[in-house]
Design a protein around this ligand. Structure first.
Ligand code: SAM
Length: 378
């Protein structure tokens, strides 16, 4: 294990601890918390310190991150299981460890500073490196293989969908022309090609011109959205009643998937005109955040990575818990027929009602804003 490059300051740390605390403190019972994106173990260490009765299962697909986290969490070794896995393998991991039900789970998505700052991993457009971008360097295709083998159409789709890049077609064309002259292998050359493909006026806005292309390739290399789409429902299935999930997203595609996964279980799927819930149709989640929560200006100035974070959180409830049908803000006590989708959502989405012991619901600040603005690679 090499020297740690840079530092990774855990984002929204106090808020994550506050949200997870009620789930991880259950009297005498030992609780189980999963850190699905262990990274350098910043959030995990704080969870272990704050919750002496909690066992931590930490997952990361990056073996280097796991090695650093293992050293950092050594004081808690008797309460820690670290696993090299992609988070969509969570059900098998829990099975293997004999913990089918968990009390807390945190997803802190994206890359860590360890990966971004690595001179040899190719995540950053600001430094020259081989085009790798794999979070798990033991398997999978590299960004180099993708830029040298995908058709112009496939490349443009990746850049448009995962990077929301307006000039996806032009950039894809430039990549294809470049590789006709010779294999494209370096992140600096790719960043230069992107810059040259973008019209001069557009280069002056929206940060570094290569930011969106690098994000898109990284998502494609690591199949990030497919993994997240599979992992969220599996994680929600594994939550014990009263268990809580917190997700920190750094770009709009991840946040949208999270929002959809949580909203789908926080509302009734039963007929609107019935006054009672049919078995199996009631909400199984209570939302703990209204919209997405963002970091404070103070946190952003201390930690620029926090600038693009969006936090969403929810608590698993027993189907049939009080308030299951009409507890949304502005919701009436009885379901009424018809109404717009928005009204239906408001009537049937369960939002956590804060109590004095557990004042965890906060309105989102500047939340729900679209845009992919992961502050990486600079
Ligand atoms: C933002 S960092 C987490 C930082 C951590 N919360 C801390 O405080 O140090 C994200 C980590 O998640 C890992 N990761 C990303 N996608 C993953 C996936 N699908 N499965 C497992 N780990 C993943 C990355 O390798 C990286 O180490």
């Amino acid at each position: 294990m090499g020297e740690l490059r840079g530092t990774h300051v855990p984002v929204l740390l106090e808020r994550c601890l506050e949200l997870l605390a009620p789930a991880l403190t259950r009297g005498d019972r030992q609780t189980v918390h999963v850190d699905a994106t262990l990274g350098l173990g910043g959030h995990a260490e704080a969870v272990l310190a704050a919750n002496p009765g909690t066992v931590l299962i930490g997952l990361d697909r990056d073996t280097e991150a796991l090695a650093h986290a293992r050293a950092r969490l050594a004081p808690y070794a008797d309460r820690v299981h670290l696993v090299h896995a992609v988070y969509d393998e969570l059900p098998e991991v829990l099975d293997r460890l004999g913990h089918p039900l968990i009390d807390g789970i945190l997803f802190d998505l994206g890359v860590s500073s360890l990966q971004l700052d690595a001179p040899d991993r190719g995540f950053a457009y600001a430094q020259d490196a081989p085009l790798d971008m794999r979070m798990d360097q033991t398997r999978g295709v590299t960004a180099e293989e993708i830029v040298n083998s995908y058709s112009a159409g496939e490349l443009a789709r990746v850049l448009r969908v995962y990077g929301e890049e307006k000039f996806a077609g032009r950039i894809a064309g430039a990549i294809v022309r470049e590789r006709e002259r010779g294999r494209l292998t370096s992140s600096a050359r790719l960043a230069e090609l992107v810059r040259e493909s973008i019209p001069a006026p557009a280069r002056r806005t929206g940060g570094h011109p290569a930011k969106r292309t690098f994000q898109a390739l990284r998502i494609e290399v690591n199949r990030e959205l497919a993994a997240l789409e599979a992992a969220l429902p599996a994680a929600l299935d594994a939550l014990a009643p009263g268990g809580r999930m917190v997700v920190l997203s750094y770009q709009s595609l991840e946040d949208r998937l999270t929002k959809q996964a949580l909203a789908a279980r926080a509302r009734s799927t039963g007929p609107l005109d019935l006054p009672v819930e049919l078995p199996g149709t009631g909400p199984t989640l209570r939302l703990l955040s209204r919209g997405a929560e963002l970091a404070s200006e103070a946190e952003i100035s201390a930690n620029p990575r926090a600038a693009s974070v969006r936090l969403r959180a929810a608590e698993r409830i027993e189907e049939g818990s009080p308030g299951r049908r009409d507890a949304g803000p502005g919701g009436s006590s009885k379901a009424t027929r018809g109404g717009t989708d928005r009204e239906r959502f408001r009537r049937t989405t369960v939002l956590h009602q804060p109590s004095t012991q557990d004042a965890t619901v906060r309105p989102g600040r500047r939340g729900d804003t679209p845009g992919t603005d992961e502050g990486e690679g600079t």
